[in-house]
Design a protein. Structure first.
Length: 264
């Protein structure tokens, strides 16, 4: 990835921030996008210290004009786009029957799905020119339903359909499409998940110390990006679930329910 021009959305924290740092250590040239400019500046400083170049571009991927400006500023800074990592996301933690404000689900879909669509739309001509890489950071919830995550799972399923379709459309064009499906990752950001009242839940419902580290998640993701892998289902439980979903889908429902109940 040395001298590869990479846009990373959701780069202010969690997987996006750690992926940016690992890319920087390989000499990548980074366009870091998120809403929190101050947090992005700190990640950018880390990236520069690690040997990369970093441009901070405050962006709300739910806003189409912001996504257009993100790509334009990246090209102005570095001359091209080689890789787009669609990582920005919003999540929730509430049973559907308890939600009273449907705008919660609309916002999650706008960020997770339309944000990826907008960024891909503007970056694609540049990726075609560079024969570059498209990456979607999804979730196991993008492959199977998960209780308390109805809107989140729907948005991640939408991402899967979108990028799987693009992969077919772009066959032979030189642009690879890589989908990443992590399980629970210790990002420390789940306390910002939306509860049934539309407010952050503030306390993570996941046992953060018993799930995959953000460093390992980023390492696996980066290896997949470098090798232009089609997709990565990160955990053994996730891979088993994908198989069982074909032969015993009811069993997978139970596994998903227990995972949420246990928080890991």
């Amino acid at each position: 990835m040395k001298d590869n021009v990479v846009i990373v959305t959701g780069a202010s924290k969690g997987i996006g921030a750690e992926l940016a740092r690992q890319l920087a250590a390989r000499g990548a040239m980074l366009a870091l996008a998120a809403r929190d400019r101050e947090a992005l500046e700190k990640v950018a400083a880390d990236c520069v210290a690690l040997g990369g170049r970093a441009e901070v571009i405050a962006t709300d991927v739910a806003v189409q004009e912001d996504c257009r400006r993100l790509v334009e500023r990246t090209v102005a800074a570095f001359g091209r786009v080689d890789t787009l990592v669609n990582n920005a996301g919003a999540t929730m933690w509430a049973r559907f029957e308890d939600i009273r404000d449907m705008s919660i689900l609309a916002r999650i879909m706008q960020v997770n799905y339309m944000g990826a669509v907008y960024c891909t739309h503007y970056a694609l001509p540049h990726l075609l020119a560079s024969r570059g890489r498209l990456v979607g950071i999804s979730s196991l919830a993008g492959r199977t339903g998960v209780p308390t995550r109805s809107g989140y799972a729907a948005s991640k399923h939408a991402m899967t359909g979108f990028f799987d379709t693009l992969r077919i459309e772009l066959a032979g064009a030189g642009v690879s499409v890589t989908m990443i499906y992590p399980g629970f990752v210790s990002t420390g950001i789940r306390e910002n998940a939306t509860g049934p009242d539309g407010k952050p839940i503030e306390v993570s419902p996941v046992r953060e110390g018993e799930v995959m580290s953000v460093e390992e998640c980023a390492r696996i993701t980066l290896a997949a990006i470098e090798s232009r892998k089609r997709e990565v289902v990160m955990t053994a439980r996730g891979r088993m679930g994908m198989f069982l979903k074909l032969v015993a889908p009811g069993l997978v429902d139970g596994i998903a329910r227990r995972a949420i109940e246990k928080g890991r």
